[in-house]
Ligand binder design. Structure first.
Ligand code: GDP
Length: 203
């Protein structure tokens, strides 16, 4: 199934979050990760289009950018979307709440903790570097809050299979998670598997 993205809005305050009139309460998938983890590349790989990802547009970077994904061409904006993507601002290496200190309490935490439609938070971690404290903190946040999340390991094409397996084992251990889905936006490895997980939310 091919889904076309339609940009909905950028939110920097819970009062901006899209209402049912825009989303038809379709399930939402949030994308989170440190800056440079490969979030834009992954969203582009999922959607197969470059126009989809517009957070490089001035004003959209430090905001939650919402996209409605429609079956077919996406021209019928009034129809119920299959899914909503919420692209969250990238964070830094320090504690997540420090690296995005003004944004975390004002609109990010409210979105992650309270948004009823949030069906899955995709937490991106780089498979090429050692486990980062800010990633651990975010993953533990979801565990504590008992919110649905999936850890996805980016840039899996950059290292050999052996090194990848070793790095993934370290990430699983430090972040205290059972599973990481490795993906590559470059080779498309893991993208169909990720889509499988996302389509299941829409059923
Ligand atoms: P963002 O800041 O999280 O949105 O990260 P970007 O998507 O802009 O990617 C950061 C850098 O990593 C860019 O130079 C990308 O070309 C590179 N990158 C992203 N994904 C991949 C991948 O799957 N494989 C490889 N080899 N490089 C990637």
């Amino acid at each position: 199934m091919r889904l076309s993205p339609v940009f909905l809005l950028s939110a920097t305050n819970p009062s901006h979050f899209p209402t049912e009139a825009k989303t038809h309460n379709a399930p939402e998938v949030a994308f989170l990760g440190r800056s440079n983890v490969g979030k834009s590349s992954l969203i582009n790989a999922l959607l197969g289009s470059k126009e989809a990802h517009t957070s490089s547009t001035p004003g959209r970077t430090r905001a939650i950018n919402f996209f409605a994904l429609h079956e077919g061409s996406g021209n019928n904006k009034k129809a119920r979307p299959t899914l909503i993507f919420a692209d969250l601002p990238g964070y830094g290496y320090a504690k997540i709440s420090k690296s995005i200190s003004s944004e975390w309490p004002t609109f990010i935490e409210p979105y992650l903790a309270e948004r009823d439609q949030l069906a899955l938070a995709v937490c991106l971690v780089d498979t090429n570097i050692p486990p980062q404290p800010s990633d651990t903190q975010l993953i533990h946040y979801f565990q504590q809050m008992q919110r649905p999340y999936l850890v996805v390991g980016t840039k899996a094409d950059r290292v050999s299979k052996n090194v990848l397996n070793k790095n993934m084992a370290a990430l699983r251990k430090v972040h205290e998670i059972d599973d990481i889905l490795p993906v590559s936006a470059k080779t498309n490895d893991g993208i169909p598997q990720l889509w499988q997980r996302l389509h299941a939310l829409a059923e």
